[in-house]
Design a protein around this ligand. Structure first.
Ligand SMILES: [Zn+2]
Length: 129
């Protein structure tokens, strides 16, 4: 028996769930159900590889006969287990166009700081038209 996540061989029995034998990996502490599980590690890795090569979730799901949300879950799990979330560095760039439309849709008159404009007519963003 190998761990479904890391492929490690140090696996011990870890109780039963819904009548199926559960196992615990001694290396990564991952709990999983015995063989007869619906998907193999190879399927998961293939799905992640295909996603990284640019295929869509739907296309991969159709190929592997699973639901697209399953592919999403596998990709997220792979990213969480293997990659560090990047920390934003330097300046943050905000697309003002989206913010502009969002604020324009509001009836409240507020400037970018969140305060109502002081006198004068503005267009809702604190900017004179
Ligand atoms: Zn493991």
């Amino acid at each position: 028996m190998k761990c479904k996540r890391c492929g490690g061989e140090h696996v011990v029995k870890y109780g039963k769930r819904k009548g199926k034998q559960c196992y615990l990996c001694g290396q990564c502490k991952h709990q999983f159900v015995s063989a007869g599980g619906r998907h193999t590690l190879q399927e998961e890795q293939s799905a992640v590889l295909l996603y990284c090569l640019g295929m869509s979730f739907t296309a991969i799901a159709n190929m592997l006969f699973v639901h697209p949300s399953t592919i999403l879950r596998w990709v997220r799990k792979y990213a969480k287990d293997n990659r560090k979330k990047p920390v934003p560095q330097g300046k943050i760039v905000i697309d003002l166009d989206e913010m502009w439309h969002f604020l324009r849709s509001k009836n409240k008159s507020m400037d970018l700081e969140g305060f109502p404009p002081r006198g004068g007519k503005t267009d809702g963003l604190g900017v004179e038209p």
